[in-house]
Design a protein around this ligand. Structure first.
Ligand code: NAD
Length: 317
């Protein structure tokens, strides 16, 4: 298959691993990575371009140079950082998306991937097994921008026929690159601190349950959605998707099975708690299961084992 792929925002937590997977699948020269900053991990293989997704002119130059068949847009400001800079978060998350959708139409891009988030749900959404369709009243600028982005994606599909596909990622757990300022970051930091100091001060309360997904599953799910036949897909806003739901206390118990001395404390009044309180505890992803065969492979104990195994000996963040 002669694909030409561009990833925008490729240096972050997800882009770092998505680039590796896409290059393994399509060949390094077929996948252009791009970001507003230089890559943190040395990446010898494949082209890289510095790009600001808000700069339409240089984005245009990028599309002219590579004529992509697929575009993955990962540049965004995440939930916790977005609450610090609401205006910039809206600008990046919405205008970045519109720039990419417009250019994708102009350059006849075959498929576009843009991730949404469980942050599209809000205080009045059902908390347990949150369904694909429900009340959605997000109250963070991140969630509001993701919900608006979903509506825009569906609009570009219906109105202009753009083949845009999306997943509402839950919290993503991974060890290769650091998380980028979200509410679920604790579930990554905890492993680094456990290995470094045998203790962790958690910014969420012990019983805050949130849906999570291991990076291997997130990448596999993303590639599966992008490979799915068009006629199989009924959703052009964004698919609910989940791996496993757990609380900080459950994760600490699991870590203690490997590091018996590990202790956890809980900090009160962190602003991320208020965000987490409005999000689902668990997600119903039966539509993704039915339509494109989604099934996660990693449960809590497998995630814990794999994270500790891979982070041992690695410089912690
Ligand atoms: P991240 O913050 O780790 O990475 C985002 C990347 O975008 C960074 O490398 C950053 O340098 C780059 N970027 C920022 N501004 C840019 C600009 N103007 N132009 C070009 N690049 C720019 O984020 P991530 O965790 O990899 O998330 C990727 C996507 O997945 C985002 O849309 C995010 O909302 C979504 N998502 C992530 C999670 C998660 O747990 N990581 C959960 C739900 C949804």
């Amino acid at each position: 298959m002669n694909e030409r792929i561009i990833i925008i925002g490729s240096n972050g937590q997800i882009g770092t691993e998505l680039a590796i997977a896409l290059r393994a699948k399509f060949g390094p020269q077929h996948v252009v990575t791009s970001d507003i900053r230089e890559p943190q991990l040395p990446d010898a293989e494949g082209p890289f371009e510095i790009i600001d997704v808000l700069d339409r002119k240089s984005l245009h130059t990028l599309f002219t140079k590579y004529h992509p068949t697929q575009v993955y847009l990962l540049a965004a400001m995440l939930s916790a950082t977005g609450e610090k800079y609401p205006r910039q978060a809206w600008d990046l998350n919405i205008n970045g998306l519109l720039n990419v959708l417009d250019l994708s139409l102009e350059y006849h891009v075959k498929r576009v991937f843009w991730p949404s988030s469980i942050a599209v749900f809000g205080p009045h959404s059902p908390k347990a097994n949150t369904p694909q369709y429900s009340v959605m009243d997000p109250n963070t600028v991140y969630g509001i921008s993701k919900l608006a982005g979903e509506r825009i994606c569906e609009y570009y599909h219906t109105r202009y026929g753009l083949d845009v596909r999306s997943i509402r990622y839950p919290g993503i757990i991974s060890w290769k690159a650091a998380p980028g300022g979200g509410t679920t970051d604790y579930a990554v930091h905890i492993f680094h601190e456990a290995l470094k100091n045998n203790r962790y001060a958690c910014f969420l309360s012990p019983h805050t349950a949130l849906p999570m997904l291991y990076m291997d599953d997130a990448i596999r799910g993303t590639l599966a959605l992008m490979d799915a036949p068009t006629e199989a897909l009924s959703i052009r806003s964004s698919y609910n998707l989940t791996g496993v739901s757990f609380t900080p206390a459950m994760l600490a118990d699991e870590i203690r099975k490997h590091l018996s001395e590990f202790t956890i404390t809980y900090e009160e009044n962190d602003p991320r708690q208020a965000i987490a309180d409005t999000w689902p505890n668990s997600i119903d992803d039966t539509v993704a299961q039915r339509e494109w065969g989604w099934k996660p492979r990693f449960n809590l104990s497998q995630i814990t084992e794999d994270m500790l195994k891979n982070l041992k000996g690695k410089n912690t963040i």
